[in-house]
Design a protein around this ligand. Structure first.
Ligand SMILES: [Zn+2]
Length: 174
C-alpha cells in the first residue's frame, strides 16, 4: 500500500463525495440499500428503493462500470427470463477514493501550471464572457469573441494563490 492509501481517512463525507463524483448522486439510494446485503434481485432493488426498473438498471450499470457492484444472472423458472442479482463491493470504495483524489490533484496541478505559465497574461472581457490567454487574445485583436468589448489584462495572482491553497489541502493526503 502506498503512502496516500495509508493516510487517507475514509470519512462518510469523503465517501459520499467520491460516490457522487464517480457514479452520480442518484446512485446513493441504491448503494445505501445494497451495502449490507448480498445477491439482491434487480426487481427487489427497484421495489424497495421506489425507483423504476430501467433507472435501477442504469444505476447498477454505472456501479458495475466502477467495479462497485457485481451481479449474477439466474433464469427465473416461473417467469422464464433472466434476472440479475446484485452485491455491493464495499472493498472498492477506498481505491476509488484514492483514484478520484489523484485525478483531482492532477487537474488542479495542470491548471496551476497553465496559470503560472501565463502569469499576468490572461485577458478578461469586462462583461465576463471570456477569459483568454495572450495568444488567443492577440489573434482576436484583444476583442471579446462574444460581445466585441475590449479585453482587459488580468492579474491572475489570486487565482494562482487559490489553486496553490487547494492543492496544499489535497496534498495532506498524499
Ligand atoms: Zn464579452
Amino acid at each position: 500500500m502506498d503512502t496516500m492509501a495509508k493516510k487517507i481517512r475514509l470519512t462518510n463525507k469523503l465517501i459520499q463525495e467520491t460516490l457522487i463524483e464517480a457514479v452520480g448522486e442518484d446512485s446513493l439510494v441504491i448503494i445505501e440499500f445494497l451495502k449490507n446485503r448480498k445477491n439482491i434481485s434487480e426487481f427487489i432493488i427497484g421495489e424497495k428503493t421506489n425507483i423504476e426498473i430501467h433507472q435501477v438498471r442504469n444505476i447498477l450499470y454505472r456501479l458495475h462500470n466502477q467495479n462497485l457492484a457485481n451481479y449474477k444472472r439466474k433464469k427465473d423458472s416461473k417467469k422464464g427470463y433472466y434476472i440479475s442479482y446484485w452485491t455491493f463491493n464495499k472493498k472498492r470504495i477506498k481505491d476509488l477514493v484514492i483514484e478520484i483524489h489523484r485525478e483531482k490533484l492532477l487537474r488542479l496541478q495542470e491548471r496551476l501550471n497553465k496559470e503560472e505559465k501565463n502569469k499576468g497574461c490572461f485577458f478578461l472581457c469586462s462583461n465576463a464572457c471570456a477569459r483568454l490567454d495572450f495568444d488567443q487574445s492577440s489573434e482576436l485583436s484583444f476583442r471579446c469573441p462574444e460581445c466585441g468589448s475590449l479585453l482587459q489584462q488580468q492579474d491572475n495572482e489570486r487565482t494562482i494563490e487559490h489553486l496553490r491553497q487547494k492543492i496544499k489541502e489535497l496534498e495532506i493526503y498524499s
